[in-house]
Design a protein around this ligand. Structure first.
Ligand code: B12
Length: 486
């Protein structure tokens, strides 16, 4: 069982294609354990080309003994014209593997960790691994090779010959909070990184887990409820080594929430600053609760060129209902801290949660109008995607929106009954139509021509240091003003 093919099933290239960090971590760990590993990547590339054929060809040429498939995205969480990736993955990825009809088949990844039974049942793979995969996969392979039982390995699900599925979900095993040691993945040594270089960012994970209790969130199910931190030295050594190989790369932190716990984020910045590295950094998942002047100042010094800040709401009632650990007063402070540091920010709001009504919407819209810099982007999601094992799932069952034990693989959304989808949608459309910097999730992908124009302007005016979203927003503003004049 020495040859392993790892397949990246991700077919999404918006907002940009993301390189398969998790698979590269697995590949590194497997190589260190003396397996022969290949990664099949690139299903996201637009096209007509023979994508299915190329995976089929890879299988025939490589003749793997084990095929591991990463399931990251299930759907895009957008209520309007929701994109469900599972059928596409079936066509492009699962079918060729089924046709190959050899080898042990294993599923894993964030999407799989939320729906292990449904996906194993649907595709009839042999095994699935929930949670982080590198150690568990090697344990599983060793157990198979040595004829040991496989059904007591934490995180592993197994489809027995009679079709019965058993398993121990990773979320039920809290880590002991020990230091996180991951093999450096060196993504560009496992796959052709060229297509990611121009549009994407290089992902860096500084920790796993999430101790926050947000009502709707799936992160604790995927990564566990306790933090495991990498040492700052380890994280920055990795960044430094990537920077030597790919000097122009933008690094993006992919922790569930970058600034929680805040001290860890501060220490990472301090280590970068002390080494005098000249970096371009960005991150998603900045929680307002953890924003302090010290942290943002350090982030600026370390090289952060933009951040994603995720208040979700700007109504005290909704912040409570969503189980957020900050209030509107804190949010106002956050805005001034970010302004003071001149930190370009994309703001994320999710409207329509339990208790949302006209008044709470007014509060959020009012906040956006009064406080958010119009050069910053405001991203508004309509309705909340319901995930298994979350507080929102319980409420949705109580309110009869979903049934108990109903599969949530096909996306279901929660929308407050006090508004209903039509009203919520109308109110958001009305608001975004008056503010060029506010975009509904469904409209957030800029048209190709706009991207092209933005790229030309950036080149002509030498705007390489400006975040792309700001260039795009200026173009939207021009269009907006022309529309108003018409
Ligand atoms: C960072 C992030 C982003 C960043 C990515 C930046 C970048 N440069 O990579 C941004 C903001 C761009 C982004 C965008 C999107 N994201 Co996102 N993202 C994440 C997040 C927080 C972390 C992903 C990550 O890199 N983790 C770190 C790596 C190391 O972990 P990993 O890949 O999961 O791999 C480990 C295990 O899963 C496992 N494993 C992985 N593969 C395999 C395979 C096998 C065989 C085995 C055994 C194990 C295994 O082992 C790995 C190593 O331990 C996750 C939530 C989460 N906590 O996972 C959401 C998440 C993956 N995103 C999600 C979604 C929906 C999206 C978008 C579609 C949103 C949108 N509408 O735009 C886009 C899609 C982008 C794309 N092109 O695919 C959802 C997917 C769930 C769903 N509903 O489908 C998640 C789970 C968040 C959620 N809501 O729960 N995202």
């Amino acid at each position: 069982m020495k040859k392993i093919l790892l397949v990246n099933s991700n077919t999404e290239n918006a907002p940009y294609p993301v390189s398969p960090l998790g698979l590269c971590i697995l590949a590194t760990a497997l190589k260190n354990a003396a397996y022969e590993v290949k990664i099949f990547d690139g299903l996201w590339k637009q096209a007509n080309s023979n994508r299915q054929f190329s995976l089929a060809k890879e299988l025939i040429n490589f003749q793997p003994d084990v095929i591991g498939v990463s399931i990251r995205n299930v759907d895009d969480m957008i209520i309007e014209q929701s994109r469900f990736y599972i059928e596409e993955i079936e066509d492009l990825c699962i079918t060729p593997i089924k046709n190959y009809a050899k080898g042990i088949t294993i599923l894993g990844g964030a999407g799989f960790s939320m729906f292990p039974v449904e996906l194993l049942e649907r595709w009839k793979f042999n095994f699935g691994i929930t949670g982080p995969g590198e150690e568990t996969l090697i344990n599983l392979l060793h157990s198979i090779e040595n004829g040991h039982p496989t059904d007591n390995i934490p995180g592993v699900f197994e489809r027995k010959p009679n079709g019965h599925i058993t398993g121990l979900h990773y979320k039920n095993f809290t880590t002991n909070g020990s230091e996180l040691i991951v093999p450096y993945p060196q993504i560009d040594s496992h796959l052709n990184y060229e297509p990611y270089l121009s549009r994407s960012s290089y992902p860096i994970q500084t920790k796993r887990g999430c101790t926050l209790k947000c009502l709707y969130c799936s992160y604790p199910v995927i990564e566990c409820k306790k933090y495991q931190l990498r040492t700052t030295k380890d994280v920055v050594d990795e960044i430094e080594s990537v920077k030597k190989r790919l000097p122009d790369v933008v690094f993006e932190f992919v922790d569930s929430t970058f600034n929680h716990p805040p001290k860890h984020a501060e220490n990472i910045c301090r280590e970068i600053i002390s080494r005098g590295l000249s970096l371009k950094l960005r991150t998603m998942g900045v929680t307002p609760a953890g924003v302090t002047p010290v942290l943002i100042h350090l982030m600026r010094q370390a090289g952060f060129v933009q951040i994603d800040c995720t208040p979700d709401s700007a109504s005290d009632k909704m912040l409570q209902n969503l189980r957020k650990d900050f209030n509107i007063k804190k949010l106002e402070k956050v805005v001034s801290i970010l302004k003071e540091a001149d930190m370009p920010t994309m703001w994320f709001f999710i409207l329509g949660g339990p208790g949302e009504d006209d008044n709470t919407l007014d509060e959020t819209f009012d906040f956006i109008q009064r406080f958010i810099d119009e050069r910053d982007l405001v991203h508004i999601t309509e309705g909340l995607r319901i995930y298994p094992d979350t507080g929102l799932e319980k409420i949705a069952i109580e309110e009869g929106i979903i049934k108990k034990d109903e599969s949530l693989l096909k996306p279901h959304f929660y929308i407050s009954k006090l508004l209903g989808q039509k009203k919520l949608s109308e109110r958001i459309k009305e608001f975004t139509s008056q503010h060029y910097n506010c975009l509904r999730a469904a409209d957030s992908a800029p048209p190709k021509e706009m991207i092209q124009k933005a790229l030309e302007i950036r080149k002509r005016k030498n705007l390489a240091d400006e975040p792309m979203f700001r260039t795009l927003l200026r173009l939207r503003k021009e269009e907006f003003q022309t529309d108003i004049q018409k």
